[in-house]
Design a protein around this ligand. Structure first.
Ligand code: FES
Length: 105
């Protein structure tokens, strides 16, 4: 089964393939920051620090919310500041293989 790691805490969770990150970790007692749980508020944003290719590609709603998050982030941190970052929503992203995530800093 795939492993989801949280970089800042070094915690690791074995999860079912195709499970949603938020749900899979919440079921194991690790509740990540969240809001709507439906892909529109962006409160559950994470940076994928390893294994971004092991997540199912984002749906349209996730893409739109990530785009808004990127625009806000670049307003605060400078143009192109998200170029090297993979941002995903933990309430939407489905795990296909090992990934490492962290808080978006
Ligand atoms: S909790 Fe609102 S987008 Fe994920």
């Amino acid at each position: 089964m795939p492993i989801v790691s949280i970089k800042s805490s070094s915690k690791q969770f074995e999860v079912e393939e195709k499970s949603i990150i938020f749900d899979a970790l919440d079921n194991q007692g690790e509740t990540l920051p969240h809001g709507c749980l439906s892909g529109s508020c962006g409160a559950c944003k994470v940076e994928v620090t390893k294994g971004a290719e092991n997540l199912k590609p984002p749906s349209e709603i996730e893409k739109n919310t990530i785009e808004a998050i990127k625009q806000n982030y670049e307003r605060m941190h400078g143009k192109n500041s998200t170029d090297q970052k993979t941002i995903r929503l933990s309430c939407r992203a489905r795990v296909l293989g090992d990934v490492e995530i962290d808080e978006l800093k």
